[in-house]
Design a protein around this ligand. Sequence first.
Ligand code: HEM
Length: 495
Amino acid sequence: MAVLGVTAALLVWVATLLLLSLCRQAHRRWKLPPGPFPLPFFGNIFQLELSDIPKSFTKLAERFGPVFTVHLGSRPVVVLHGYQAVREALLQHKNDFAGRGEYVLFREHKHRGVTFNNGPSWKDTRQFSLSILRDYGMGKQGNEARIQREIPFLMEALRKTQGQPFDPTFLLGRAPCNVIADILFGRRFDYEDGTSLRLQRMFNENAYLVSTPWAQVYNFFESYLCYLPGSHRKVLRNVSELKAYAWDRVQEHRESLDPSCPRDFIDCLLMEMEKRQYSEEPGHSLDNIAAAVADLFFAGTETTSMTLRYGLLILLKHPEVEEKLHKEIDRVIGPSRVPAVKDRLEMPYMDAVVHEIQRFINLLPSSLFHEATRDTVFRGYVIPKGTVVVPTLDSLLFDSQEFPDPEKFKPEHFLDENGKFKYSDYFKAFSTGKRVCVGEGLARMELFLFFTAILQHFSLKSLVAPEDIDLSPIVNGFVSVPPHYTLCVLPRSQV
Ligand code: HEM
């Protein structure tokens, strides 16, 4: 009898807890945008395809409209889908949604640096970084010259492959890695250098691992999963190692700093911080500088490297596009002059191809998570401070009105009927608003100059027939990671 009594009491207790949890959720949800009903604890995790969350968001948008809520674990996440909603949130509510949603795997950078910084120091660090990068040549001639200096090294490394198949991953990545290393700490690495290879492996590994389904689950159930073994430990180790590398560069610079002659980004940031007196405050600490350097190094290498790699694979599948590019390069630049940014004005086809590559590969389909900085009324809903907000950039890049047949690679998406370059405001591969990519100018310049130089000197050759080339990313979470492939390049003079 007593046992029955206790069991009944326990059942009532569990039922009450469940009811309370449901009531709490219902209360929180009532002013949030609509969305699928969440289970306690798990949220909507079972309604999402973890191997392709961006695709699940698109499906949910068809059901719930352009602004909807999903619960990842017990946390509500507001998803913005389509041009109007994304623009409205990131431009008209630019301060309200300028926070950075938490990435637990990058917690070491929380409140530090730029990318994952969601604290008071973000604004200052971003502004300093941008102004230093701008004065130091970002988007101006300084960077053009830097990229042009790197081109002969890249060409030489490609020539050395002697028409044999090779894995393009790290060879192509050397070029953007050297450009950003030169900006940040005045250093370029030899193409055989082991440190640069080690760093690139870490960047590459992290971009892949943080895009796997495990990482998506880990991000929202970290408190339960952190003790388990798994790939999250590798990501955390890589993040720490990269930060330690950046720390060493900052210390070296501090010891040899000559304020009358700043050499690079780190020197300028050190001087800026000195003016404000170093302190233990995250925004004014050496640790903040190290985090900013690590952020820019990772973001500045891996994104451009993946775009180059993915872009060449696309051209292998579309030899007719490569052919047209060769013709345009021969007409505008010829066989030997180093490509320059001004050539872009006369090369609408290359310009369109680079845009189409970026649109098609959809590198960061859900951008990076934003966060509401205050309680915000958006389209009649109330989005509480601290809610993660996801601007789905893929919904703009794959808009079928703006880009007919969006699933197809068609440079014509960016060309008018006269073959002139056609701007599209839906091209938001670098996002928009307060958190827009810090390296947009540099990345655009690098992509144009590196693609042009490669095709000026080489023809691409695939080991498989174009129709057998699969362009689907190997994982599609945080980043759309390009598939592995083997490339052959033949000097054009021999073709
Ligand atoms: C093809 C190349 C690139 C693409 C597609 C790209 C795209 C993006 C996107 C979508 C974001 C998120 C913006 C948001 O939160 O709304 C971002 C942020 C960022 N990117 Fe890039 N990026 C590229 C290259 C670069 C380069 C070369 C650098 C460094 C020089 C860089 C540095 C950053 C930084 C620091 C942030 C964080 C900004 C912040 O949180 O305030 N990116 N990028």
